[in-house]
Design a protein around this ligand. Structure first.
Ligand SMILES: Nc1ncnc2c1ncn2[C@@H]1O[C@H](COP(=O)(O)OP(=O)(O)OP(=O)(O)O)[C@@H](O)[C@H]1O
Ligand SMILES: [Mg+2]
Length: 412
């Protein structure tokens, strides 16, 4: 009967089923070369335990399972089951291999990605280090071409801003240094000129004074000429000292301006009148064409000084018995003052130098007229202090026109 059950089960499950009694006798009577492989398995089954063993033979995997048959909790026999799991095992093995291969691939991929990533991170850092090195050596124009949008990019961006700021500050310092150098040079030239210009009249005065001391009144003509020169040169020196003091006040910004609303029309008319006395000595007529009610916000005395200086020039350098025209009018919010003479004019190449201290076109000629060469320097400084501009147009042997352009007060 056991043989029948065993055969039925074997054909049903497609594997070998053997039935033993507790002594290990094969009841199924099926002769199979692999019938008893391991006693331990059987022994366990006899003890009432389900026991199994995996046997590897000739590339085949056979599972040997023994199952106790119990009756009233007593083992009366064993059912032994052999199943060939070669296919499942080899499938499992392939699956394991695939997983291993996959793991290796993932590992390689992670390795490559981390390599690329670290390169990606270290490359801009290296670039940044190189840039900082160049900048630390003073090359502030070297470029930092890192455009990434990560933290390194942000750091590079901030660094660029920092470099730009430093570059800006350096430019300011350099500009200030150049300005200072230029100012020092200007003040040196200015004081060299002052010394030179003061020496000339002093030499003249001393020369005449010594001869007069020696000769007394014996030579009346020489005495008169000497005294005339001494007085003239002394006046010129006095004027120069006053003008130099005024310029030095401008430079040290110690010059105090009393700004207020000034009736400019009235001021110009009055000044023209006053200058008329000097003009008449040379047969010069000052034609005053002043629009009424021109108002300007400025320093009255300084504005007057501008007009005096310009009319003085027109009288000094204008032709004898000619006209000097003084015009003032407003155009929009601007007030224009034009002082025009008919005279020897100014050579084109000299016009740019006119505002330089002590600049005179003909020293001999202007000295005779008691000139120092500071008038236009002072004019320009005062005009600029009033936010205005001076422009000089001149044609040689025809005449000169000086134009002042100021911003007016309620002239519309
Ligand atoms: N209207 C003018 N016509 C011709 N030359 C002029 C005229 N105004 C100025 N100049 C020239 O420009 C020079 C500079 O003028 P500026 O008024 O600065 O000095 P100055 O008249 O010589 O002396 P200062 O005004 O100090 O008494 C003059 O020496 C003169 O050569
Ligand atoms: Mg002058």
């Amino acid at each position: 009967e056991a043989g029948n059950i065993s055969r039925e089960l074997s054909s049903e499950l497609g594997s070998n089923i053997e039935i033993y009694d507790v002594d290990g006798k094969d009841l199924s009577n099926l002769s199979n070369a692999q019938a008893i492989i391991n006693d331990d398995v059987q022994l366990n089954a006899v003890k009432g335990l389900i026991s199994y063993k995996i046997n590897y033979m000739d590339n085949r995997v056979v599972v040997d399972l023994s199952y106790p048959v119990l009756k009233d909790n007593i083992t009366i026999g064993i059912v032994r089951f052999y199943k060939d799991y070669t296919e499942i095992f080899s499938y499992n093995k392939r699956f394991k291999e695939i997983i291993n291969a996959f793991a290796v691939m993932i590992f390689i991929a992670i390795f490559i990605v981390s390599l690329v990533l670290s390169r990606h991170i270290t490359k801009p850092v290296r670039k940044l280090i190189n840039s900082t090195e160049r900048i630390s050596k003073g090359d502030f124009d070297s470029k930092i071409d890192i455009d990434s949008e990560d933290e390194i990019g942000e750091l590079a961006g901030r660094f660029k801003i920092m470099v730009q700021r430093i570059r800006g500050q350096i430019r300011i310092i350099e500009r200030d240094r150049d300005d200072l150098k230029e100012a020092q040079m200007h003040s040196k030239v200015f004081f060299d000129n002052v010394t030179h210009e003061l020496k000339t009249p002093l030499t003249t005065i001393l020369g005449y004074a010594q001869i007069i001391k020696e000769n007394g009144f014996s030579d009346k003509n020489f005495f008169d000429k000497g005294i005339f020169c001494i007085i003239n040169e002394s006046k010129r020196m006095n004027k120069m000292v006053v003008q130099v003091l005024e310029i030095s006040k401008f430079n040290s910004s110690g010059s105090k301006y009393q700004f207020k609303r000034v009736n400019f029309s009235e001021l110009i008319v009055k000044t023209c009148d006053e200058m008329g006395i000097k003009a008449r000595k040379y047969g010069i007529n000052i034609r005053c064409l002043i629009q009424d009610g021109l108002a300007i916000y400025g320093d009255e005395d300084k504005l007057k000084e501008i007009i005096i200086n310009l009319i003085d020039n027109s009288i000094k350098y204008g032709n004898v018995n000619s006209d000097v025209e003084c015009k003032a009018y407003h155009e929009g919010n601007h007030i224009f003052v034009k002082i025009k003479d008919k005279g020897k004019g100014i050579p084109k190449e000299c016009i740019d130098n006119l505002f330089e201290p002590f600049y005179r076109i003909s020293k001999r000629f202007s000295r005779e007229k008691g000139s120092v060469g500071l008038g236009l320097t002072i004019v320009k400084k005062i005009v600029e202090r009033h936010n205005g501009t001076v422009n000089i147009k001149s044609v040689e042997n025809i005449g000169t026109e000086v134009t002042l352009d100021f911003k007016g007060e309620n002239n519309d």
